[in-house]
Ligand binder design. Structure first.
Ligand code: BDR
Ligand code: CA
Length: 326
């Protein structure tokens, strides 16, 4: 089973990615980063979710700011807690002592050639880990991220949130030489939870109902901000290459991140031209094929797969409560 470490900022869709990874992959760790809220809040959320799901997985707290610029946490999309819409348990555990950057390095060293790193928040922890331990790029089996877009953005007309938060960090990751999969907004926006899906979750056990509450909030916010009618499950899409690769189609091509200060800052420029000659001076690609970019998705089949994972998740907290009363 593929070993995966999720680097995240939970986050409604991050919460879904954690469950989906735990259901289908060997989730060896969770590291946290600022993004959907402050790193204090995203770390608390990761710990609470681990309790809700009964996961015994180490959680490591990471960076609170991007590499260069200062980030202001608005909570525009995910609310004041970073995961509004449902009450989560007060965490029973604490984050491990190691910083996320060192935790990522340690886990990649322990599971050399096996570990897939899944950044589904800003790329700051991952970039710093690659800089701190140059051998990390060789140790990883791959990096599969939710980030970027081949079409429109969500934070600016052309930039997706995770890349826009720290384009310099994303640039380091895309240039790292690690085999990469980028599942961006162009695909993840199609993978949406409907009102009917939410009704099915609300008729399920306590875990399913918690996700029902989260998606109700998230769907409404996305409707208010972007006019969407479904709650986009962006982050679990980053796991699909290692769970069911057939559900998404990819183009292997050069990807570069725009680092300028203008309106295109944070854009992921995907070169789909498929040039056959590198010799032409003026139309050459600036870099080599560094990424498998998601270009198509069996959206409804993927939503159903994720829904099944949530609906089948046991309510371990009620089992614990019952055991305590007998
Ligand atoms: C990404 O930004 C966050 O809002 C989500 O958690 C996802 O990782 C989508 O642009
Ligand atoms: Ca996220």
């Amino acid at each position: 089973m593929t070993k995966v470490l999720i680097d995240c900022d939970p986050g409604h869709d991050d919460a879904t990615a954690i469950l989906y990874a735990a259901r289908h992959l060997e989730l060896v760790g969770i590291s946290t980063v600022y993004g959907n809220q402050s790193v204090d809040k995203t770390t608390t959320n990761a710990l609470s979710l681990s309790d809700l799901l009964g996961l015994d997985v180490p959680v490591a707290r990471g960076c609170e700011q991007p590499l260069i610029r200062t980030f202001r946490h608005g909570g525009d999309v995910h609310g004041k807690t970073g995961i509004d819409g449902a009450e989560l348990p007060v965490p029973s555990r604490q984050a491990v002592d190691a910083h996320a950057v060192d935790f990522i390095i340690e886990m990649a060293g322990r599971y050399r050639d096996e570990l897939v790193l899944c950044p589904i928040g800003p790329f700051t922890n991952v970039a710093l880990a690659l800089r701190k331990e140059p051998r990390l790029a060789k140790w990883l089996r791959g990096i599969s991220c939710m980030g970027g877009t081949t079409q429109i953005g969500n934070t600016t007309p052309v930039a997706e949130f995770n890349i826009w938060c720290d384009p310099e960090a994303a640039d380091i990751v895309f240039r790292s030489g690690v085999p990469m999969w980028m599942v961006g907004l162009n695909v993840t926006r199609q993978v949406g939870i409907t009102e009917d899906d939410i009704a099915r979750l609300n008729a399920g056990n306590a875990v399913a109902r918690t996700y029902g509450g989260l998606f109700t909030f998230f769907r409404q916010r996305l409707n208010e901000i972007h006019g969407l009618t479904t709650a986009s499950l962006h982050d679990p899409c980053a796991l699909v290459p290692f769970i069911d690769p057939e559900l998404i189609t990819y183009a292997n091509c050069p990807v570069e991140v725009e680092l300028g200060d203008g309106i295109t800052r944070g854009m992921t420029v995907c070169d789909f031209r498929n040039l056959t000659s590198a010799k032409l001076e003026n139309i050459r690609s600036r870099s080599s094929n560094n990424c498998h970019v998601a270009v198509g998705v069996e959206a409804r089949a993927l939503v159903d797969h994720i829904m099944n994972a949530i609906l089948a998740w046991p309510d371990r907290s009620s089992a614990k409560r019952e055991a305590a009363t007998h």
